[in-house]
Design a protein around this ligand. Structure first.
Ligand code: DMJ
Length: 643
């Protein structure tokens, strides 16, 4: 239902691009510079016109006299007794003046104006004598000056903030030689992925490991932003690959520039870049990561300039113009996208002392809280202009997933003081359990998708992360249902393992069904691929941390062997197109999340629990660890943890 309070006060719908020039001083400066040549021409034409008008129009003074303010200022007159008036400090002369003196003064004034105009014309002519190249070079020099000044302003040191308790960043070495060996195998895979990216795709967003060249997709826009470097940094760090970490840091320092004319996904840039940079900052203490994260966040802020404050899915980093995906229900924004900003934005406010980021995400939360939810479920689509839900589809997989994850993690990240977030999480998963979670005939628990009042008995690979989420949220759950949620997590882990085990490659498909005698198997050809996704392994790791049941390490080891056997090529790691075919064909993409998430979760699975302990660290949805914040000591207004 639309919430009237969310519409602009004037009742006027703001146009989608309500971006005044003052909001973008850099943009305004650039326009002024590029139009300088044209303005010069207009100016000289104008001067010529004035010059002509002044000398060739009839002298109206012969017919009628008007007082010119100019004369009043120039002619000193102190005697008001002869009809002069004193208006606000300026003297206006009367008619009894000496005509001769007045004419002389007028003549002097005309001469001065003539001389000034001639001088201005000469200057304009001089400029016009310059070649186009010279003028362009001048404009470019001025542009560079502006850019340099902006850069200086942008890289100002941020205010010092007391760092939270950063424990367990250099630990985790297992005593058991077998476990150590498996852990080392994961580290070797990370080296292989990184070295090949380093060699063939450096600076590009991702790698094509077979073509051995850079790769990108529209989520990163059209520029090379080194997504793999930023995404991989914290994994390199915890694995002790410090030389590689430094190479990445150097590239970021010298090359990562967000002043590019490129339209990016707000969600992807937030979880991979801002999340990656913040985690790298907390782990290493290197200021450059914090500064870059804050610069980038500033570029995402214009995406929130919508009538409701629900951000656009995409934003142009240079112009700040935002829009939504063409395929998303009648111009809607996506729940999993605008609902997956909270962790990073709270950290940004914490680190900068600027509440702007915090206010943006709290506004989203407040808006969602006020809305009616069909059957207590959050639909995946919300229109940012009207504040109304789009199609009534609900999913714990693609389009919905990390929204629920961030409600839980907002509570954990606030040292369990953000009880508002916890309540929203509890309410949401109660509705999900009631309407979306079922047991198959063969006894497998699955999470389906709700589409216009019907349950689709299909589960996505993405949905498999929920096993870990249920386990993570078990402690602190309503009505002391901790045991229930841990059990639910275990059941989802089992189902997702089955989806791997029932394939030829022992790797899971993108989506699998529980319908018409089919159990945990993909039916459609276009759902049979595996693109190096992490969600199943993520759930194994959380389940391992909470239960220490050795089967989770066993399942993780099966996945390592399958990935190494079927996805490894000499130029890196590739996704495969059909996990049911024993002779796989490659998709030729090494996704950045393979280094950020899949390999990190596998490494953690074979590490001791003192590496990034869950009491101190909360992982964002791209597996970037952010420390728990003790927000009770801060003054972020409206912070539920603070009230
Ligand atoms: C990752 O970018 C994140 O985990 C995101 O939340 C969902 N999908 C990919 C990996 O599959």
């Amino acid at each position: 239902m639309t919430t009237p309070a969310l519409l602009p006060l004037s009742g006027r719908r703001l146009p989608p691009l309500n971006l005044g020039a003052s909001a973008f001083p850099h943009h305004r400066a650039t326009l002024r510079l590029s139009e300088k040549f044209i303005l010069l021409l207009i100016l000289s034409a104008f001067i010529t016109l004035c010059f002509g008008a002044f000398f060739f129009l009839p002298d109206s003074s012969k017919h009628k006299r008007f007082d010119l303010g100019l004369e009043d200022v120039l002619i000193p007159h102190v005697d008001t007794s002869k009809g002069g008036k004193n208006l606000g400090g300026f003297l206006i002369h009367g008619q009894g003046h000496d005509e001769h003196r007045h004419r002389e003064e007028e003549e002097r004034l005309r001469n001065k104006i003539r001389a000034d105009h001639e001088k201005a014309l000469e200057e304009a002519k001089e400029k016009l004598k310059k070649s186009r190249d010279e003028i362009q070079a001048e404009i470019q020099t001025e542009k560079n000056k502006v850019v340099q000044e902006l850069k200086k302003k942008d890289s100002k040191p941020l205010p010092p903030v007391p760092l939270p308790n950063l424990v367990g960043i250099n630990s985790g070495e297992p005593a058991d030689p077998d476990i150590r060996e498996k852990r080392n195998k994961v580290k070797e895979m990370m080296k292989h992925a990184w070295d090949n990216y380093r060699q063939y795709g450096w600076g590009h967003n991702e790698l094509k490991p077979i073509a051995r060249k850079g790769h990108s997709t529209n989520i990163f826009g059209n520029s090379q932003m080194g997504a793999t470097i930023v995404d991989a940094l914290d994994t390199l760090y915890i694995m002790g690959l410090h030389d590689e970490f430094r190479e990445g840091q150097e590239w970021i320092d010298k090359n990562l520039d967000f002043s590019v004319n490129s339209e990016v996904s707000v969600f992807e840039v937030n979880i991979r870049f801002i999340g990656g940079l913040l985690a790298a900052y907390y782990l290493s203490g290197q200021e450059v990561f914090k500064i870059k994260a804050v610069q980038l966040a500033g570029k995402l802020l214009p995406a929130f300039n919508t009538p409701t404050g629900i951000p656009w899915a995409m934003v142009n980093l240079k112009s700040g113009v935002g829009r939504n995906w063409g395929w998303a229900s009648a111009g809607s924004s996506i729940l999993a996208e605008f609902g997956t900003l909270h962790m990073e934005f709270v950290h940004l406010s914490y680190l900068t002392g600027d509440p702007v980021y915090y206010n943006k995400v709290m506004h989203i939360r407040k808006l969602l809280q006020k809305m009616d939810r069909p059957n207590g479920l959050y639909p995946n689509y919300l229109n940012p202009r009207t504040g109304r839900w789009g199609q009534h589809h609900t999913s714990v997989g693609g389009l919905g997933d990390s929204f629920y994850e961030y409600l839980l993690k907002a509570w954990l990240m606030s040292d369990k003081t953000d009880t508002e977030a916890r309540k929203m999480y509890d309410d949401a998963i109660e509705a999900i359990e009631k309407h979306l979670i079922r047991k198959s005939n063969g006894g497998l628990t699955f999470i389906g998708e709700w589409k216009n009042g019907h349950l689709e008995r299909k589960m996505g690979h993405l949905t498999c992360f929920a096993g870990g989420m249920f386990a993570l949220g078990a402690d602190g759950s309503r009505d002391d249902k901790a045991g229930h949620y841990l059990q639910l997590g275990a059941e989802i882990a089992h189902t997702c393992h089955e989806s791997y085990d029932r394939t030829a490659l022992k790797l899971g498909p993108e989506a699998f069904k529980f319908d018409g005698g089919v159990e945990a198997v993909a039916v459609r050809q276009n759902e049979k691929y595996y693109i190096l996704r992490p969600e199943v392994i993520e759930t194994y790791w959380y389940m391992w941390r909470f239960t220490h049941d050795p089967k989770y390490r066993q399942w993780g080891w099966e996945a390592i062997q399958a990935i190494d056997k079927y996805c490894r090529v000499s130029g890196g790691f590739s996704g495969v197109k059909d996990v049911y075919s024993s002779s796989p064909t490659y998709d030729d993409v090494q996704q950045s999340f393979f280094l950020a998430e899949t390999l990190k979760y596998l490494y953690l699975l074979f590490s001791n629990d003192d590496l990034l302990p869950l009491d101190n660290w909360v992982f964002n949805t791209e597996a970037h660890p952010l420390p728990v914040l003790h927000l009770a000591n801060t003054t972020l207004s409206g912070n539920p943890a603070y009230r």
